[in-house]
Write a protein that binds this ligand. Sequence first.
Ligand code: PBG
Length: 327
Amino acid sequence: MELLNRPRRLRKSPVIRDMVRETRVSKKSLVYPLFIKEGSGIVEPIPSLEGQFRYSPDKLYLALEQVQKAGVPAVLLFGLPEKKDACGSSAWDSKGPVQEALRIGKRDFPDIYFITDVCMCEYTSHGHCGILNGETVDNDKTLEVLAKTALSHASAGADMVAPSDMMDGRVLAIRQALDREGFQDTPILSYAVKFASTFYAPFRDAAGSAPAFGDRKGYQMDYHNPKEAIREAALDIEQGADLLMVKPALAYLDIIRLIKSKFDLPLATYSVSGEYAMMKAAVKAGLLDEASLVCESALAMYRAGADILITYYAKELAQWMDEGRIG
Ligand code: PBG
């Protein structure tokens, strides 16, 4: 048969398939989220996130050793304080769990890059991401506490801060607070495009941060809105964001592609707790092969345009990348 174009020629062997790959990935782009619980001697499995643990600062080395061994370069820290109040004041306590973890982590693992999540929901008694005025979150009052929190993370050694609260103007407020205190060189990874998503539910169990009433739709984005995603990203860039994030990842590949095509900042995406839990459940049910499922899904995120991937599967992905399953 006369057929000039035969795409199968380039699929003939692993060597040629590898050579013509259009998407290259590297474990240097992986970030592993970690939950730090106030106290000591704690290594506690998280029921909603099989295979993930809460660590007290003194036990965090157990996780960091694994991260280092896997060749994952960065971690993203979330804090679980003992005491919560209406304005989340333990968020900027210099002896808080994240701050302690940073001091110990930076001292004992200087090669690991420490990013901190800056938000109030883990620290407020009502579980909302800021200070309440009646039943709504007061944007401008919240900016002050976010700035204080980011500053306290930077002072404790954070390499990068990542605000996830979705208040308007928070990148500027944080940038100004950091600059005032001499942290001009601490970058801000903005959760610029963060949707109000059902996929965060297992995280809220892990972090004890579910809102006591209502939901987060008054501040996180409506998932019907791609044009608003562009506006959100543009606003954060104007305010000094160094990197952008789209979150969640798997159900938002179109948004990753859109933001990547419109802006030239490095782009992160967060494959969130619900994505991880869903995959774990499918694997546990014997329906899908874990490595194949995770690799194919992660590759889709990179193919869509992500430069950085935040995932609970970071250590496993690093290994699968080493083995050439994706790469
Ligand atoms: C804090 C925050 C959340 C996540 C990251 N930072 C929860 C939320 O917005 O309710 C979710 C991460 C995940 O689901 O893995 N605001």
